[in-house]
Design a protein around this ligand. Structure first.
Ligand code: SPV
Ligand code: MG
Length: 551
């Protein structure tokens, strides 16, 4: 297929690094030492990154003497290239060995998307140029030329850049030696020359640039002569400036200041506003992208189940026990009912829970649940409570009363059921009579405990045991599972029922009957005991036994 002429493939990072070295503009790259700092540097607008040997060793907490292995360095580079698009120039020290190590280094760097490497003409293991520089031995120039050639011969991408760094001025040699080496390295194939100086003024650098006369791009590191205006470098025809260690130094200063202050004041108050927010860290980590990916690949929130717990009522029958708290906060064997429910949810991987509270909503203090209040709880039923949670409706949810206790398999089976709307019906309760105000259920077929997964649907739910046709098939336990189209059916039912003048008095059974009447298949999952709800003091005793495994 012909490519339209005006569309070019994006340039590789190596090509962009090469472009910066060759451009007539003065270019700047900034140090970074891990994925996060690389991202910060790119966001600040730098067109390239210096993966500094000093900063990389420092972030490991080791010295800049090749104490970190080259593969450890390359592993960090992978994190850096993963989160950025701009080219990275690695400070490859001496190439971590001889010509052969250099060949392997170049291949590995290309594989990880690094745009180029800078090697310096010292001996392995090297030391930082600013520590006793003049006592540092230089590499033999011929041997170093072999290393450059070996690197160039092993690169696959023609644009991969090898920058040769001259340490002659650092090691106490003269300008002549620096120029002699620069020319030899250029002839060996170096794409640019980095001339390093530890003077506090740029004199050496400017002399070198003048004598060099642009035979190959010149790169500088003005760590020591930082007060020089960059305009001087422009005029001197310098190609690229490396700000070589300023991210690691900024991080260290900030960490020292915050650590000291928090240690001293035993408080976070003074530091909170001057450090990055947790949300900013999430942003830099790319949390939003993961959310989008979930939508694309995991069906968004479809995979996640949201629990909605109706817990607005006081539980009057429990009298003084519920004076200061709603029923769901009553402790059963030392643990509030709602806490037990949330623990059951977690067992099934449900981590999103909305509780619709009403009576003494303020007393609901279970961590990790969202509390929504039905302010009209005293004069409305469950339909109104459910409507309060409508904003949290999900494609996959379970809706249940807050006073339920059940064995874990009941929720698990409800979640595994494939129906769009599934009611859990206890067939053991069909024999009745039942205490409390049970919801009797009439179903398309009775529970045949010999057959698993029969396609049974709900016909009606009623508080009156004579409210359906013939004897009921069981009791709805107050658990409803909704998924896929079921969510829409439920929303429509709520909308239609809210138009009724008696809507304030309607409960969940009305919603289920409405769905059935409108031809929606409300499926039945039969169980046989293993649950209870808490309505009376008697129930409370039984609940204690239940949670201790005696019921
Ligand atoms: C580095 O950043 O590790 C460098 C530059 O090599 S310097 O520390 O200035 O030598
Ligand atoms: Mg270095």
């Amino acid at each position: 297929m012909n490519r339209p002429e005006n569309i070019n493939p994006p340039l590789s990072r190596a090509a962009r690094l090469r472009g910066m070295l060759l451009s007539p503009e003065l270019e700047f790259i900034m140090e970074a030492h891990n994925g996060l700092s690389a991202r910060v540097v790119e966001e600040a607008g730098f067109k390239g990154i210096w993966a500094s040997g000093l900063a990389l060793s420092a972030q490991f907490g080791v010295r800049d003497n090749n104490e970190a292995s080259w593969t450890q360095v390359v592993d960090v580079l992978e994190f850096m290239t993963d989160v950025t698009r701009v080219p990275i120039l690695l400070d490859g020290d001496t190439g971590y060995g001889n010509f052969n190590n250099m060949r392997r280094l170049v291949r590995k760097l290309e594989q990880r998307g690094v745009g180029g490497v800078c090697i310096e003409d010292k001996l392995f293991p090297k030391a930082n140029s600013f520590i006793d520089g003049e006592r540092q031995p230089l590499a033999d120039a011929d041997e170093f030329c072999g290393k450059i050639k070996a690197g160039k011969d092993s690169q696959h991408d023609d644009d991969f850049c090898i920058v040769a760094r001259i340490e002659a001025l650092i090691a106490g040699w003269d300008m002549k030696e620096a120029l002699r080496r620069a020319e030899a390295y250029r002839q060996a194939g170096a794409d640019a020359i980095l001339i390093h100086s530890k003077l506090s003024r740029p004199d050496d650098i400017l002399t070198f640039a003048r004598e060099w006369g642009n035979r190959a791009p010149v790169v500088i590191v003005p760590t020591k002569y930082y007060s020089t205006p960059v305009e001087m470098y422009r005029r001197a025809g310098i190609s690229m400036v490396i700000w070589a260690n300023h991210m690691i130094r900024a991080a260290v200063a900030a960490m020292q200041s915050v650590a000291a202050e928090v240690r001293e004041t035993e408080s976070l108050l003074n530091v909170e506003d001057r450090i990055a927010s947790v949300n900013e860290i999430f942003r830099l980590q790319g949390a939003d992208e993961l959310k989008e990916a979930e939508l694309r690949y995991a069906g968004g929130t479809q995979g996640r189940v949201h629990a909605i717990v109706l817990a607005a009522s006081r539980g009057e029958e429990l009298d003084r026990l519920t004076q200061a708290r709603p029923k769901v906060m009553l402790p059963i064997s030392g643990k509030p009912l709602l806490r037990r429910l949330v623990d059951e949810f977690k067992k099934q991987g449900i981590n999103d829970t909305t509780v619709v509270a009403g009576y003494r909503a303020d007393a609901i203090n279970i961590p990790g649940v969202k509390v929504t209040v039905n302010a009209e709880y005293a004069s409305t039923g469950e339909l109104a409570s459910l409507a309060c949670a409508q904003a949290d409706f999900a494609d996959n949810m379970v809706i249940l009363y807050g006073d339920l206790l059940f064995r874990s398999y009941i929720l698990r089976d409800a979640l595994e059921h494939e129906g769009e709307i599934v009611t859990v019906v206890d067939s053991a309760a069909a024999a009745g009579p039942l205490s409390g105000s049970p919801d009797y259920a009439w179903c398309s077929a009775a529970d045949d405990r010999a057959v698993i997964d029969r396609d049974v649907t709900l016909a009606r739910i009623d508080k009156d045991p004579g409210g359906g046709q013939g004897p009921c098939q069981g009791r709805w336990i107050g658990m409803l599972r909704v998924r896929g189209a079921g969510r829409q059916w439920l929303a429509e039912a709520l909308h239609e029922l809210k138009q009724r003048p008696d809507c304030h008095a309607l409960g969940l059974p009305h919603v289920l009957n409405h769905l059935v009447q409108h031809g929606r298949p409300v499926r039945v999952l039969y169980i046989n005991g293993h649950w209870l709800d808490v309505n009376s003091l008697e129930d409370l005793d039984r609940a204690g036994d239940f949670t201790q495994g005696n019921a």
